[in-house]
Design a protein around this ligand. Sequence first.
Ligand code: ARG
Length: 453
Amino acid sequence: MSSTLWHGRFEGGPSEALQALNDSLPFDQRMFREDIAGSRAHVRMLCDVGLFTEDERDSVLTALDAVEGEIESGSFEFKVNDEDIHTAVERRVTELETIGAKKHTGRSRNDQVATDMRLWTRGAIDEVIDLTERLMRTLLAQAEAAGDAYLPGYTHLQQAQPVALSHHLLAHGWALARDVDRLRDARSRTNVSVLGAGALAGSSLPLDPEKTAAYLDFEGVFDNSLDGVADRDFVAETLFSLSLLGVHLSRIGEELILWASTEFGFITLDDGFSTGSSMMPQKKNPDIAELARGKAGRLIGHLVAFLATLKGLPLTYNKDMQEDKEGMFDAVDTVRLTLLALDGMISTTTFNVDAMAAQADTPYAAATDLAEWLVGQGMAFRDAHGVVGEKVRRALAGEGSLADLVAADPQLGDEAAALLAPGVSVTRRTTRGGGSPAAVAAQIDRFRARLDG
Ligand code: ARG
């Protein structure tokens, strides 16, 4: 007969409505490997401290292997009273080995679920870091392939100063590098064992939490059992890191959308990474980039929802905390898919470098270079700005081309006018981290070192 974990204390069984709301099995069964790994470590520790004989330990370990095999192969039969993955695994282990009933010795689902979630999150962070670094490598490869190509840099979405295409691509790369740092940082606080905290207060049994932590490759062990079972900071931090990564992917997406438009024409998308229209035969749509932009909203939603869930909770465990899972699983799935699709989109995109250069070579894009050239001649920048601004105003008013007006001004002349020639302006900003192709060469080396380091 299947029964609840608390059947001893209760006369009646759970109502359907309670089960429907309360059960987390539909979503937490994807943590079965982590749950079984936690149980293996716990049982080993129980044997080490003398609470299990070696035979008892081995029979439970064998049963755990069998249960893992059943779940992996799909032959595992979930029962109506399996409210979560912990209950399901324990129920089946006990069916296979009566000694399995002892498996829960010195452990509560409260320290168990927190451990499972930490193990799952640790693995998920590693996977997201790998995929983020993969996208960083794609940006690096495209930056290297871009050579001396350049495009307008923008502020206020108005053409500002020309920059190397490699420079623009790596700007996104550095943002992703910080996301990797943040994920690693969140991982270090995730990678702490809370097994042994019990339901909330520790145990009267001679448990060895450090041993369990070592079996599970955790870097640290909880210091306070109440905090151990109540802490979900690692979930919030990871959701934040994923949200900010999502925001960066969204900003990349937004630029790809702009660049793919007919008006910009800076990129041509590969057929495999764009979609068509059911009605308009000429359309080629940047859906991946739009979804990268759209999914960021959902990621932010998971973070905000979870912070709101946590904020009023008294110590220690409260069932509200079960809400940590669906948001986390969805956030990781969402980021994983977005990273893969954007990576494919960017690695197959054709950069229309002539269209970019044509936009970057409008004479006005070099106006700042003219003012800086005057500074080089000894003029104060504010005055230089005024001199050049006056030429720009007159050129826009139709008094002549900017180049002619500059050449005719005795303070400027032919040498200054030469700065307005196509392809010259972009070469001027050679300082560290600057946008000229020459400066980007060193940046590319630093970026590669960051990836390989
Ligand atoms: N399914 C629960 C969760 O995800 C497991 C912990 C249940 N603990 C309890 N005391 N009811 O949070």
